[in-house]
Design a protein around this ligand. Structure first.
Ligand code: ARG
Length: 457
């Protein structure tokens, strides 16, 4: 029996029922739908639409429905379309005439908005917690490895020596910005829509402030027509998690490269890699690849919402039902990815010798030698050219820069002195950097201390 079939003379075609149904997707909102109905029933009693006895019967039935859904005895059916209809129909089955009053002053349009907002507030909170856990793990790992040094890369070419910990912290700061985006998205979902009705509010004296307080929102939505189709809060959430995934995906890409035989900077333990069905020697970083791969789907989820909203006529249109699958998918993937990458950061082995070996080649100290000449008064552009010529000479003679003798250096510039050799050693270089936020061990130590305070607050 449909709840809306008063004006229909023919039953819905079964294919239409199947086609329009969303119950398989939106059933996971059941708890929020029930909480919304409880608050709504209490509000209806407060304004005299339900007697106290009626309200009690409704609350009792809603509690039973929760139990039925959770113990698996609740009957779901395509014929009842979505979770809102299922719960209301079951309530009416249980309480008869009384249950028929629950939908007073309410529409599925404001109901679905409420459920999604409540779901998002909870789920984003969980994602924020996962983010904080990962940030903490990165800090711990950076602290543990603070003296390890490696080449930093630009264009995937060896560029300058950096502490490995500084490299790790670069992801910490991406995630810190992600946290701000997650907090913004929670705030954006934090407006209570009930009372907006289908699109126009109601002639009944619904108490929206009462609902707001009961349902733990910080404000109520401002315009009933806007409320019916506002999905900005969904888009804000999808933007926030897309950025998280983009950051994780970039980190995965690095770790995949760093774990190749060619680099061997890091190694994932056996418990975190998978084998090949044909090549016995393989240890594949599948989890990292899957995060990178699933990121594309999460970005797709974000884009699908943007496209869904573009050109949507004012207020509710059924297109909006399609918002849930991408949202649920994106949030599930993000939470799982945050958790698994944390394991990788915690458990990966670092090969310090390999990192240092990589510093031996590639004239990694070239920029610092140029800065040495600048200190002695040479204009930087000139210093750049002098060091370039020294590198060409080293290449011709197949020697390392640190092995070039002082007399030869002097033939490139009179400004060179014995003290230049301290700038040849990457270990010294990462100690001598002065810039705030720069790649020095000192700065890493300060940042770890600062960020521990941030995480504690
Ligand atoms: N299942 C619908 C959705 O998820 C609920 C709202 C339906 N409203 C309507 N007027 N048909 O968007």
């Amino acid at each position: 029996m449909k709840l809306w079939n008063g004006r229909f003379s023919d039953p819905t075609h079964p294919e239409v029922e199947k086609f329009t149904s969303s119950i398989e997707v939106d059933r996971r909102l059941y708890l929020y739908d029930l909480l919304g109905s409880i608050a709504h029933a209490e509000m209806l009693e407060k304004i005299g639409i339900l007697s106290e006895g009626e309200k009690e019967r409704i609350l009792e039935a809603l509690r039973e429905i929760k139990e039925e859904i959770e113990n698996g005895s609740f009957q779901f059916s395509e014929r009842l379309e979505d979770i809102h209809m299922h719960i209301e129909a079951r309530l009416i089955e249980k309480t008869g005439e009384t249950g028929k009053k629950i939908h007073t002053g309410r529409s599925r349009n404001d109901q679905v908005s409420l459920d999604m907002r409540m779901y998002l507030k909870d789920e984003l909170k969980r994602i924020e917690e996962e983010l904080l856990e990962l940030m903490k793990t990165i800090l711990n790992r950076a602290e543990k490895e603070k003296d390890a040094i490696m080449p930093g890369y630009t264009h995937m070419q060896r560029a300058q020596a950096v502490p490995f910990s500084h490299y790790l912290l670069s992801f910490y700061y991406m995630l810190k910005r992600d946290r701000e985006r997650v907090i913004n998205a929670i705030n954006s979902a934090d407006s209570m829509p009930l009372g907006s009705g289908a699109l126009a509010g109601s002639t009944l004296p619904l108490e929206r402030e009462f609902l707001r307080e009961r349902l733990n929102f910080s404000r109520i939505t401002d315009n009933s027509m806007d409320t019916a189709s506002d999905r900005d809060f969904v888009i804000d959430a999808l933007y926030a998690v897309s950025m998280i995934m983009i950051h994780l995906s970039r980190m995965c890409e690095d770790l995949i490269i760093f774990s190749t035989e060619e680099f061997s900077f890091i190694k994932l333990p056996d418990s975190l890699v998978t084998g090949s069905s044909i090549m016995p020697q393989k240890r594949n970083p599948d989890v990292l690849e899957l995060i990178r791969g699933r990121t594309s789907r999460v970005i797709g989820d974000f884009l699908s919402l943007l496209i869904l909203m573009k050109g949507l006529p004012s207020t509710y249109n059924r297109d909006l039902q399609e918002d849930k699958e991408p949202l649920f998918h994106a949030l599930d993937v993000t939470r799982a990815s945050l958790s698994i990458i944390r394991l990788c950061v915690k458990e990966m082995e670092i090969n310090r010798e390999r990192m240092e070996e990589a510093l031996e080649r590639g004239y990694i100290q070239a920029t610092e030698i140029a800065e040495y000449l600048v200190r002695k008064g040479m204009p930087f552009r000139e210093a750049h050219r002098v060091v370039g010529r020294i590198i060409r000479e080293c290449e011709n003679r197949a020697i390392k820069m640190k092995d070039i003798k002082i007399d030869q250096l002097k033939s490139f510039s009179e400004l060179f002195d014995e003290d230049v050799y301290q700038f040849m050693d990457p270990r010294n270089i990462v100690k001598m950097r002065k810039t705030a936020g720069g790649a020095s061990v000192e700065e890493v130590v300060n940042q770890i201390e600062r960020e521990r305070l941030y995480l504690r607050s």
